[in-house]
Design a protein around this ligand. Structure first.
Ligand code: AHR
Length: 635
């Protein structure tokens, strides 16, 4: 370990509030990327349940026993679900059942003493017989759970069975199997399997992942994207009206990240997820621009999309006597959701036609006319000055996105928002993350770890300290992307905050850095200044000081991104004494490449300690490469 450096000095004016921290300050951003929803948080275990993931083959399905399978468009369940899987079981017998197996999202997770709900629509050829539904090890040697449907009908009917495992070992080396032991043909679609879900909700969420998210105590959930809002084209945008109602009324759609979304995780499920986390939705509405670079001309052509946005806001927050509020009630959620922020589009600075100003104004004016209190966010931030909205009615907030190398975040954090003009719209940092070595959208990052190492967590903490210190203008912020299925081929981006496979979940070091910040946020910024002149030209320390007014707790956050221990002389001005011991939480690593993973999920987690004998002036030595939160109670 390198020698401790000369002390830097932090003077805190404990009696001088420097602004309020928005109660919603720290949130989350989600979109369907990296199998975040399908194959991630959304509890569904069957991949390609509606048989539309590929046009020619029933991908993720395979025959079992003397069976032949294929896609069939001649026996549609409905216009919404036009494709079925045809099982030719003409050679089936009791000694040789024939059927079809689904591999799940990189395995079907089997847990002991767990109850699963399987359902599907099916129709059979003339002979009537039941279907055996089971969860079976991939080598076929173990049947973990099994049930039988009633005899099938020769027209489309829904079937549901419950599967309960016994005292079996946890494994993801399993598949979901449907077999018959009588000759005949069977058609299946919307085949579904749900494990136990968060709060036991049907069509619900994966509990272990949900627990990780709830533990972050987010203030808001920015949804549904990101690129996933815009889609590759108008037709492939997040068309929210096609994502609500019963699952059989949702066609799903091709997302922009290389795979199809079931939309089982639709608008209402996103909203309920936010509610279950104690967070507010921050709704991003489609603004007439898609990733293929085409835009809808502002004016009459845009009107249907403006109306769609108004309908969406009504669905989210309207009373039960409005058209779309009533639809929400019908869909199962009588209470309106709280809604204070609406973002208009996503990264519209990509639209080089210059149409965003007018599209924004048209949508914003319509929203403000009906919902004057809603805050409207521009999807173009100050980091794109040439595209920024400067005329007309300014946005309430602008959305800025920062994907920076760890080195860059460390370099810019000391001054970036400190030097921001206080005269323009407030800031929403709607996407940010530090990356190591290779920029996320460079294909060379594909083989690298899907979640960040401690090097990024340190830089993320520097950036968070800068945002929090300037929470008078940075009103909202969220890391992105949030979730990643770490199986080969499942993801399109790195780094991501939380990784998982079918059975396990882990938080990256950045997850624990964010948790440290979120759980010690405070509601008031305290004026403070850091003098690093003793430590040389590049200050290796970042800081933020906030206070919780209801109990007076001062949260002192310090980041040391150097390899040496770093003493900090802390001076609390305007106080007579400080209670002790003070609680200290530290996240550190001896090596910047250290990280968490499926096999070592808790290698880097915060460690608690106490600090005794503190006076209004005290020196605390930060561990090398560390993020520290000290809770102070001063009088
Ligand atoms: O977070 C990944 C992508 O980065 C988002 O979809 C997009 O908004 C940004 O470019």
């Amino acid at each position: 370990m390198a020698q401790a450096a000369p002390a830097v000095s932090l003077v805190i004016q404990a009696h001088k509030p420097a602004g309020a921290v928005n109660p919603l300050f720290a949130g989350m951003m989600i979109e369907e990327i990296n199998h975040s929803m399908d194959g991630g948080l959304y509890g569904e275990l069957i991949q390609n349940r509606a048989m539309r993931d590929a046009p020619l083959r029933p991908v993720h399905w395979s025959p079992v026993g003397p069976a032949q399978i294929g896609l069939d468009t001649t026996e549609p369940l409905s216009d919404t679900l036009p494709v079925s899987l045809r099982l030719d079981a003409s050679k089936a017998s009791t000694s040789q059942p024939a059927g079809v197996a689904n591999e799940g999202y990189w395995g079907i997770p089997v847990r002991p003493n767990a109850t699963y709900r399987a359902s599907f629509f099916a129709k059979a050829s003339l002979s009537f017989f039941p279907v055996t539904v089971s969860i079976v090890s991939t080598d076929g040697s173990s049947v973990y759970a099994k049930a039988e449907t009633p005899h099938l009908s020769d027209d489309w009917q829904p079937y549901t069975v419950t599967l309960t495992t016994g005292n079996v070992p946890s494994t993801a080396k399993a598949r979901f199997v449907l077999t018959v032991d009588h000759p005949g043909n069977v058609w299946f679609t919307l085949v579904s399997l749900f494990p136990p879900t968060w709060n036991g909700r049907s069509n619900g969420l994966r509990p272990d992942l949900m627990q990780m998210l709830v533990d972050l105590k987010p203030g808001f959930l920015r949804l549904p994207g990101g690129n996933a809002l815009e889609g590759d084209s108008f037709e492939r945008r997040f068309d929210w009206k096609k994502t609500v109602g019963p699952l059989e009324a949702r066609p799903g759609h091709q997302g922009p990240w290389g795979y199809r979304s079931t939309d089982g995780m639709g608008l209402l499920e996103y909203l309920q997820w936010a509610e279950d986390m104690g967070a507010e939705p921050l709704l991003a509405v489609y603004a007439g621009y898609s990733l293929n670079g085409k835009h809808i001309t502002p004016g009459p052509d845009l009107e249907p999309y403006v109306q769609d946005a108004l309908d969406e806001i009504e669905y989210v927050s309207g009373s039960i006597d409005t058209k779309w509020g009533a639809q929400r009630v019908k869909d199962g959620h009588p209470a309106p959701f709280p809604l204070h922020y609406v973002e208009i589009g996503n990264e519209d600075w990509f639209d080089r036609s210059g149409s965003y100003n007018a599209r924004f104004a048209q949508i914003r004016d319509a929203i403000k006319a009906k919902y004057p209190d809603l805050k409207c966010i521009s999807a173009v931030g100050n980091e794109h000055p040439s595209q920024r909205i400067t005329g007309g009615n300014l946005p309430d907030l602008v959305d800025e996105h920062y994907y920076k190398s760890a080195k860059d975040f460390e370099a810019i954090s000391p001054a970036y928002y400190d030097n921001y003009p206080r005269t323009g719209p407030k800031i929403f940092v709607g996407e940010w993350a530090a990356y190591e070595d290779i920029i996320p959208w460079d294909p060379r990052s594909a083989p690298l770890a899907r979640t960040p190492a401690f090097k990024s967590a340190l830089a993320d903490a520097c950036w968070m300290a800068g945002m929090e210190r300037n929470a008078d203008i940075v009103q909202l912020q969220c890391y992105a992307p949030l979730l990643v299925n770490i199986n080969p081929g499942a993801s399109q981006w790195r780094p991501n905050l939380i990784g998982y496979d079918a059975l396990n979940v882990f938080g990256s070091p950045s997850y624990y850095a964010i948790k440290l910040f979120n759980l010690h946020r405070g509601d008031t910024i305290l004026k403070a200044s850091l003098d690093t002149s003793a430590a040389g030209s590049v200050p290796p320390v970042q800081y933020s000081v906030t206070q919780e007014s209801k109990n007076g707790t001062i949260y002192l956050k310090l980041v040391n991104f150097s390899a040496a221990a770093q003493p900090v002389k802390v001076t609390l001005q305007g106080v007579n004494s400080v209670s002790h011991p003070a609680l200290v939480e530290t996240l550190s690593a001896s090596n910047l490449a250290d990280t968490n993973s499926i096999t070592d999920p808790k290698k880097i987690v915060p460690v608690d300690s106490t600090l005794n004998d503190i006076q209004p002036v005290f020196t605390y030595t930060l561990a090398p490469y560390s993020i520290t939160v000290i809770q102070l109670h001063a009088r």
